[in-house]
Design a protein around this ligand. Structure first.
Ligand SMILES: [Zn+2]
Ligand SMILES: [Zn+2]
Length: 209
């Protein structure tokens, strides 16, 4: 599986385009800069099949409507993110650049532990609330897409609408139980390895299982 990272929008969101050698793909967190996303898809001739969100914040959803309009793609989001996703105040789209209110409804509401089969590759949904009430991480092969739950050497904020510090710490503890060798692909900033985070991330290193 090929993974292309494109950094988009005012908050430098990592949008990931995941695609097979046959150029069948899906996109995670298309947060903005639709022209950059479109350029890559066209150049590589990728046929996108769906959009997957780690959570519904404005900086992660800015190009969702463009993609739906142009490619008629279904949107996959955690079932717990329903009300946030459809509210431009709670999802912050109204209050962060480019200040365009966004309301979305998913086509597929994901549940904890659900497996999405993508041409034989399994995408496992891990429910990790705390940054928002419907935040998820996705495990695919040796990769984990962690959205704004886990960053290299940090974790996501829990002081936005529906955020909760105790919940995100429970989620971080849950992530601690996964394989050391997982490559961490976060929603912002550079990638990491889960073992490195377990040893050095100040929010993870003191966890005892
Ligand atoms: Zn966020
Ligand atoms: Zn974000």
């Amino acid at each position: 599986m090929n993974i292309k990272r494109i950094v988009v929008g005012a908050y430098a969101v990592n949008c990931y385009i995941v695609y097979t050698d046959e150029k069948k793909g899906f996109i995670i967190d298309p947060g903005g800069d639709y022209d950059d996303i479109l350029k890559f898809i066209k150049e590589e001739d990728i046929l996108l099949e769906f959009i997957l969100l780690t959570h519904g914040h404005g900086d992660h959803i800015g190009a969702v409507k463009n993609l739906i309009n142009d490619f008629n793609l279904p949107l996959y989001v955690c079932e717990k993110e329903k009300s946030l996703l459809n509210d431009p105040i709670i999802n912050l789209s109204k209050s962060i650049p480019p200040f365009k209110p966004i309301q979305l409804v998913a086509d597929v509401w994901l549940k904890d532990g659900e497996i999405i089969d993508f041409h034989g590759t399994k995408l496992k949904v891990i429910y990790t609330p705390g940054h928002t009430v419907g935040s998820i991480c996705i495990i695919m092969d040796k990769n984990i897409f962690t959205g704004d739950t886990l960053f290299r050497m940090s974790i996501g904020r829990s002081d936005f609408y529906t955020g909760n510090y105790d919940e995100i710490m429970k989620s971080i503890k849950k992530l601690y139980t996964y394989d050391d060798n997982l490559r961490v692909l976060p929603g912002h900033g550079s990638e990491s390895i889960l073992k490195f985070e377990k040893e050095h991330n100040p929010f993870m290193k003191n966890i005892k299982i």
